[in-house]
Design a protein. Structure first.
Length: 360
């Protein structure tokens, strides 16, 4: 069930449950259209959409869940339904942010947007510069216009051939993201003043943003164009080689990622679904990719320390698409929304047949 149908005239897509975001992006781009896709090419469209969905256009255009215009699903009693704003509107509301609690969603339809290019890329520093760069990025993000969505990450990068040579085997602080409209250079100027050793921000085809985040989707190569390494970068790599590369305990570790929220994400869109807005200025995400169970256990422990260290600044709410382990639903929804979700669940699945990642 990997079918994708794009209607260029209506600016919509119909996507079956097994399709990945790369499937949508590659069909929409030749028609001058873009979706509110995620940051990795091999993220599943339907699961991402049911749980919210925040990507590189999110502060300007909101969550993917609220771009949904219809869904098809099989309910607990075996009924196949098509729901939208006028047919089973309560269930349609619940699906937009309520996750997989209400049935087997076999397809979704959603709006596409007339976006052909964005001012996108990444800025990179050695991660010992974090004490200087992180506070400056936080200050910049607090007043940044809605047209820009960025993330900041600390990365321990393995020497993998899929990655640009200038990044391989390094410990980095990276700010990446995208700006809609023509004001990109001016918006990014305060961050460029911090003198990153690598700056790839430029006008880029919208289709390239699916690989902007350096997530390795299956066998895909990283799609960010960094060009030929500059001479200073080559000299730094030679010096690093003489000193010896850092010993990487994890194959790839993201000790901390802060995704910039606010803008449209912080406002209740007219006609929004169950997840109408996200509380907070940033979303914290920490993870590791490991080759052995021991590395996995160490990565989980590291991630836990990151979360614990930032707990004094936590809002108390969670974005469930980023929660790999089961968490209480009352951390993700406003009280009235959670009560309504539970009432809808009791109606469409009274026996509790469906066991979603995060139970309503």
């Amino acid at each position: 069930m990997t079918g994708v149908t794009v209607d260029g005239a209506r600016r919509t897509a119909r996507v079956e449950a097994g399709a990945l975001w790369i499937d949508v992006v590659e069909q929409a781009a030749p028609l001058g259209l873009a979706a509110l896709h995620g940051s990795s090419p091999d993220v599943g469209v339907v699961g991402y959409s049911l749980g919210g969905g925040i990507g590189w256009y999110a502060r300007a255009l909101g969550m993917q869940a609220n771009a949904l215009t219809a869904a098809e699903l099989v309910t607990a009693d075996g009924t196949l339904l098509r729901v939208d704003a006028t047919h089973e509107p309560d269930l349609f509301w619940a699906l937009r942010g309520g996750g997989g609690n209400f049935g087997v969603v076999t397809a979704v339809e959603f709006d596409l947007f007339p976006i052909t290019t964005a001012y996108a890329g990444l800025l990179a520093w050695d991660w010992h510069e974090a004490a200087r760069v992180l506070p400056a990025w936080l200050d910049w993000a607090a007043t940044a216009p809605d047209e820009v969505t960025t993330s900041l990450r600390l990365l321990q990068v393995p020497p993998m051939p899929q990655l640009p040579p200038v990044l391989q085997g390094r410990q980095l602080l990276v700010v990446d993201g995208a700006v809609l409209g023509a004001a990109g250079p001016g918006i990014l100027a305060p961050l460029r003043a911090l003198k990153p050793f690598l700056d790839t921000f430029a006008d880029a085809p919208a289709a390239s943003l699916i690989r902007l985040h350096l997530d390795l989707g299956g066998t895909d190569a990283v799609g960010v164009e960094v060009g030929a390494a500059r001479r200073p970068a080559r000299r730094r790599r030679r010096r690093a080689a003489r000193r010896g590369r850092p010993r990487l305990r994890h194959v790839l570790l993201v000790p901390a990622e802060l995704r910039q929220l606010g803008g449209a994400l912080g406002r209740c869109a007219p006609g929004a679904g169950a997840l109408a807005r996200l509380d907070g200025a940033f979303a914290l995400f920490s993870c590791g990719i490991a080759a052995t169970p021991e590395m996995g256990a160490a990565a989980v422990a590291d991630a836990g320390r990151v979360v614990s260290a930032l707990r004094p600044w936590a809002s108390g709410s969670q974005y469930l698409n980023f929660a790999e382990e089961r968490v209480a639903a009352d951390t993700a929804y406003e009280p009235a929304a959670l009560r309504r979700l539970r009432a809808i669940r009791a109606t469409v699945d009274p026996s509790g047949l469906f066991a979603a990642n995060h139970a309503i």
